[in-house]
Design a protein around this ligand. Structure first.
Ligand SMILES: [Zn+2]
Length: 317
């Protein structure tokens, strides 16, 4: 009887070790070598323009990378984007309350932007084949890889460009997230529209504030309407008083339709001008920053570990 138990144990161990060995080999293989890809065949249900589409995870990720990052960017930046998109997708899949029937949708305000191969190809014109191949490589060469914090998938948020440093999630959304900290971001003047300027008349400014905050008291000249601005270390507005009502920099960005919450306010007796730096919420990976790091020789893993504090990049089971 003991022998039978021992044999069963050994058999169990062998059965357990065989797949372990395979897994080990899989992670060690040359990424260039064509092989069965862990993500291939993994189907996701995507809500595309109100219609449910079943697609391969890598095919979906291809469309996300193509939609979310300029294909002209460095390959390592595109690979960082592919890992961020994969991580975000697996973390979010099936969690969105407004489409329980789909894992993800193509609305960037809900999940992530996505573009079909046909539409991307049409946009890219003469560069189409180069860009198609580049994005295919970015997805394939990071196949199965995700960013983990203490072994769990992170909420891999990203944005277009930062003002010298990224934003701590707590400053923008109010919740502390250990891997979404403010870090330096190497970008600058080569980013299109890095600096932008928005001017409103005093009346337009008043209308915008009152539409959002009817209780605001807007008396006298515009210079009196903006007070107590509190800036983050990274130069973004954390809070500002509009006619005596405190709003977050994020809310002010929405009220005045600014490209980011990194702004200063200048007033004249009849106008208000915002000087804005960067584009997006500023949390997590900066895409232009990622491209600058890649151009400087950094790998996608280094880029991800720079923007997501304390994460590891590894194959996900
Ligand atoms: Zn969605």
């Amino acid at each position: 009887m003991k022998k039978v138990v021992a044999a069963a144990l050994i058999l169990g161990l062998v059965l357990f070790l065989i797949p372990m060995g395979f897994r080990h080999e899989k992670t060690q293989q040359d990424p260039e070598a064509p092989a069965a890809l862990p993500d291939s065949g993994k189907a996701v249900t995507i809500l595309v323009d109100g219609e449910l589409q079943e697609m391969d995870l890598n095919e979906y990720l291809w469309g996300v990378v193509a939609a979310e990052m300029p294909a002209s960017f460095e390959l390592e930046a595109l690979k960082a984007q592919a890992v961020a998109a994969r991580t975000y997708s697996l973390h979010k899949a099936g969690q969105a309350a407004n489409h329980p029937e789909a894992d993800l949708c193509t609305d960037h305000t809900c999940c992530q932007a996505w573009i079909s191969r046909e539409a991307a190809q049409a946009n890219w014109g003469d560069n189409a084949q180069t860009y198609i191949d580049k994005i295919t490589r970015a997805v394939a060469e990071t196949n199965g890889e995700v960013a983990l914090y203490e072994g769990a998938l992170i909420t891999a948020v990203f944005h277009s460009s930062s003002a010298d440093t990224t934003q701590d999630a707590v400053a923008v959304w109010g919740g502390n997230v250990p891997y979404l900290k403010s870090v330096p971001s190497p970008e600058g003047e080569e980013v299109p529209n890095y600096h932008s300027e928005v001017t409103y008349t005093a009346q337009e400014t008043k209308d915008r504030i009152l539409a959002a905050k009817p209780e605001a008291l807007l008396e006298g000249a515009p210079a009196n309407w903006f007070t107590n601005a509190v800036y983050s270390e990274g130069g973004s507005v954390l809070t500002i008083d509009l006619g005596g009502v405190t709003v977050s920099g994020h809310q002010a960005r929405t009220i005045f339709d600014l490209r980011s919450a990194s702004f200063t306010v200048e007033t004249t007796p009849d106008s208000v001008t915002f000087q804005v730096t960067g584009y997006g919420h500023g949390v997590g990976m900066s895409q232009y920053g990622a491209n600058a790091m890649a151009a400087d020789g950094k790998t996608y893993t280094e880029i991800l570990q720079h923007y997501y504090t304390g994460v590891t990049v590894e194959s996900y089971e």
